[in-house]
Structures are given as C-alpha cells and as structure tokens.
Design a protein around this ligand. Structure first.
Ligand SMILES: Cc1ncc(COP(=O)(O)O)c(C=O)c1O
Length: 483
C-alpha cells in the first residue's frame, strides 16, 4: 500500500536505556497519547530500522512485545496496525500537549464565536439562502480544470503571482462588470478575493477606526458586523423601512458622528431581500460625497434578479467615487469554490493587495484560471441563465406554498431576486421568545431573525431545495410556529 506520509519517530537520548527500551517506550506513549490512533499502519520493520539507524531485529522484537501487550495487531502480508481496541481504558487525553496553555491570546467576541459555531454545523436543508449544490456543473468544472492544468504544464506558470489575482480573471471580471453591471472600471481597479466576506474583512482592515464609525442597517449581515467590530470599529445602526435604508435617519447619524463607511447590500438587502430604490441610491451616494465616507457595497448575489430590468449597482451610478464594490461566485457556482472580487479606486485596490500579501500572499491561481476560462467561453453566463430559471420557479413555488399552508397567518412580498423570502410571522409569534420555538427541529431556528428578542420575521431560503423539500420545510415550519 502507498503510504500518505513516512511516519517519523524521535527517540530521546536517555543515557542508560537500551535502544529496545527507547523504541518500546516511544511507541507505547505515542499510542497512549493518541498520536498513533487505532487502525494506523506502522512502518515496516526494515524501513523503521533504516530510519532510526538501528538493527532490524530490535524493531521486530519491539513489535512482537507490543503485540503481546495488545497495543498492535499484525496482519500477515499486510503489516502491523495499532489495535482497534487498546488494552488500557485510561488513556492519556490525545493532543494535550498541543493545547496552548498561555493566556496571551485575544478572546473572540460573542458574535464571532456564535458565527463560528454556526459555520461548523452543516447547513440545514432549509437555510437563509444558499445555492443548490446539486446544480453545480461538476463535469463542466472538471473539464475546465483538466484543460487549464494541461495548459499550465506546457507554460510552466503556477508559481507565485500578483497578489491582486491572475490577470486572466481580473480581465474577465472587469469585462463582466462593464457589460453586465454597467460599471466603468479598469483591470487595475479590480482585485480577486476568496469571496465577498474576504472583501468585507479587507475593507475593515484598510479603513481606519480612528477616522470614524461604521454605519450598518438595523438588520444586517452579521459576519460583516463581526469583521468591523473585530477591527475596532464602533457600529452605528441606521433605521430601515419597507423600502430599505432610511435616508433621513442616515442624515441624522452623519450630522452627529464621524463616519468612516457604511456597509450595504442594496441589490437584495440582507436579510429583508428589499431592493433599494433608485432615489435612495442616488441620495446615499450624494451623502457619501458630501460627508466623505466610503460606501461598501456587497453585491453578493446580483446574478439572481428575476425582474426584466437589471438594477444598476451603486458603483455604476453618478457620485460613486467612494464606493468599494464586492461580489462573489459563491452563489453562481458554489460557496466552496471561494472566488470573489473587489472593484474600487486604484489606491484602495493597492492597499487591499498589501493586506493580501500578509495573509494569503495571493489567491488560488488554478481556480482563478478555470473561472476565467469559463467566463470567457460564455459557460458562466449559460449556467446562470439555466439556474436562474430554476431559482425563479422555486421562489414562485415557495410563495404559493406559504400562502397555501399558512393562509393569512403570515405575510410577505415576493422578492425581486436572491434565494430567500422574508416572511412576517409576527401574528404567530406574538411576543414569544425565540427559545420557545426550539424543538427537535432546532435547525429551523436558523430561519429566524435573531435581532429581535421575539422573532417577527423569518428568512426562508428556497435556493438549495426542490419543490418537495420546500413543501416539507414549510409544513414543518407551520407545526413549529402554530403551537
Ligand atoms: C450578504 C452576504 N454577504 C457576503 C456573503 C459571503 O459570501 P462569500 O461566500 O462570497 O464570502 C454572504 C453569504 O451568504 C451573504 O449572504
């Protein structure tokens, strides 16, 4: 069998101990402490003897003794394995010595540790609006990876590159932003990221908390809030109404505070899904010029807008000089692809690249080249067109099912885009706490807005589920909410 790694052992020099005793003690302690876990294949006697510069007979005797004590099992023709059932019940806790016992680390905020906790559990089928990973064109991706790898092997260029990303993908993204998103930017004004979250984090590193606070909407994307908090920003919350950001409250905040930036999701507001009307977009941009603050525009799922007229992003409108625009391929293909981009003025992009050098050096050139290949050949556009039809039909079906199952007990607007629907459940929750809806379907809890003490709305993601799953999830929700 081909071993993934050559297993290394470091025999301490303890005077007076024979090589036999040293090796026996080392192997026994590695098993007890968990470095060698049950089922692990030990090196062959010949190779371990060579590695340690000792006699093969010594290794054979040690293995025999370990077997006699029940620590290992030898399978003829296969090798010596750590026993599946170890002789001692009271084994030392594994990896104990890897735990940092100093008190020199910074604690995570409550929000940050909560987000991490949620990120570790696999997303429930009904979530807050992720794409359906069953729709990923795996064959298409596999063919593109093969094509790009062959090309790279001929041109020998998979070394360190530009921290801003490969020229090919920056070029393809620039073209897409110009043709599809009305923007007028150059390749120098575009930088490739691992996803829009990275763009938000970079912005929170580049902006200076001493120059002012960050404005966010009352209900907003919590990982963005966590990033700004982690980098020392004060967060000021701006009111919203049914059309999104409340411009007069924004003016009031700006009149009373020093503000460095505002974070917004104007295309499909997170979590309410509302598309910010044009008059408010223009007013926001005017204010950003007169009060000189940055507008961080998170355009995380613009590809899935179902109305006939596309809505231009803030970055494409007049007075957009202070806009930093971030976008992502997470919804188009898959979150696991980890590809996104930032478009901003050259100086901001250069600062972002300086930050990238000290966290990641650069992106994943191979995946970047695959994506640019698929963008240039029109396959990305085709995939978007195909999946958009499916998501639009799931949105309509979701609306129908909510109306059928809940009747007038809930209300909602059909969203003009995105992968989630924002449902008013206040008639059912009537001041009850979030915890009172906790039951064996606790996955459903992720559907509620956790901003209020008593949930008034839920964000139901329809993107990742088919019609049967939509019906099942909505009927389940009805059982949970109608108690
Ligand atoms: C509003 C918003 N911004 C950013 C992100 C992060 O996306 P990415 O995978 O591109 O980092 C998400 C993910 O769902 C999102 O909903």
């Amino acid at each position: 069998m081909l071993r993934p790694w050559e297993m290394q052992f470091w025999l301490e020099s303890s005077p007076g101990q024979t090589l036999h005793a040293k090796l026996l003690n080392k192997l026994t302690s590695d098993i007890k402490e968990g470095r060698l876990s049950p089922g692990t294949l030990l090196p062959g006697t010949r190779s371990l003897a060579k590695q340690q510069g000792i006699n093969r007979k010594t290794v054979q005797q040690v293995y025999e003794e370990l077997e006699a004590q029940g620590w290992v099992t030898t399978l003829r023709g296969s090798g010596t394995y750590i026993s599946e059932t170890l002789p001692e019940q009271k084994l030392t806790k594994p990896h104990e010595q890897l735990v940092n016992s100093t008190d020199k680390t910074k604690p995570a905020s409550k929000l940050m540790s909560g987000l991490y906790q949620d990120a570790r559990v696999p997303a429930p089928i009904a979530n807050d609006g992720t794409p359906d990973i069953r729709l990923i064109p795996y064959e298409l991706l596999a063919r593109a990876y093969r094509r790009v790898c062959l090309h790279l092997s001929q041109h020998l260029n998979l070394g360190y590159g530009d921290p801003k990303g490969t020229h090919e993908l920056r070029n393809a993204v620039t073209k897409m932003l110009k043709e599809d998103r009305f923007m007028n930017c150059s390749v120098e004004e575009v930088c490739i990221l691992r996803g829009s979250q990275m763009g938000i984090y970079l912005a929170s590193r580049i902006l200076d908390p001493r120059k002012g606070a960050i404005i966010m909407e009352e209900l907003c994307y919590l990982p963005a809030k966590a990033a700004f908090e982690a980098n020392g920003f004060e967060i000021l919350l701006c009111k919203m109404d049914k059309h999104g950001l409340d411009i007069s409250h924004l003016q009031e905040i700006l009149g009373n505070n020093a503000v460095a930036a505002i974070y917004v999701t104007p295309h499909h507001q997170y979590p309410t899904t509302v598309c910010l009307p044009m008059d408010r977009r223009l007013a926001l941009l005017k204010l950003s010029k007169s009060f000189q603050f940055v507008v961080l525009e998170d355009d995380y799922d613009h590809e899935f807008h179902y109305g006939s007229n596309p809505v231009p992003p803030l970055a494409s409108l007049p007075d957009a000089e202070n806009v930093v625009h971030v976008g992502s391929m997470s919804k188009v293909f898959a979150p696991g692809l980890r590809l996104g981009y930032m478009a901003a003025d050259r100086a901001f992009i250069e600062r972002a690249a300086q930050e990238i050098v000290i966290i990641d050096r650069q992106g994943n050139s191979l995946s970047e080249l695959v994506l640019s290949d698929l963008m240039e050949s029109g396959e990305v556009k085709r995939h978007i067109r195909r999946t958009k039809r499916q998501y639009a039909s799931r949105r309509d079906f979701t609306a129908k099912e909510f109306a059928r199952v809940f009747g007038s007990k809930v209300s909602f607007e059909i969203p003009s885009g995105g992968m989630a629907i924002w449902v008013d459940i206040s008639k059912l929750t009537k001041g009850k706490s979030l915890e009172s809806f906790q039951n064996e379907n606790s996955a459903l809890i992720t559907l509620f807005s956790t901003e209020q003490i008593s949930p008034t709305h839920l964000r139901f993601g329809f993107g990742a589920i088919d019609e049967n799953e939509i019906t099942r999830s909505i009927e389940l929700l009805f059982q949970v909410l109608n108690q």
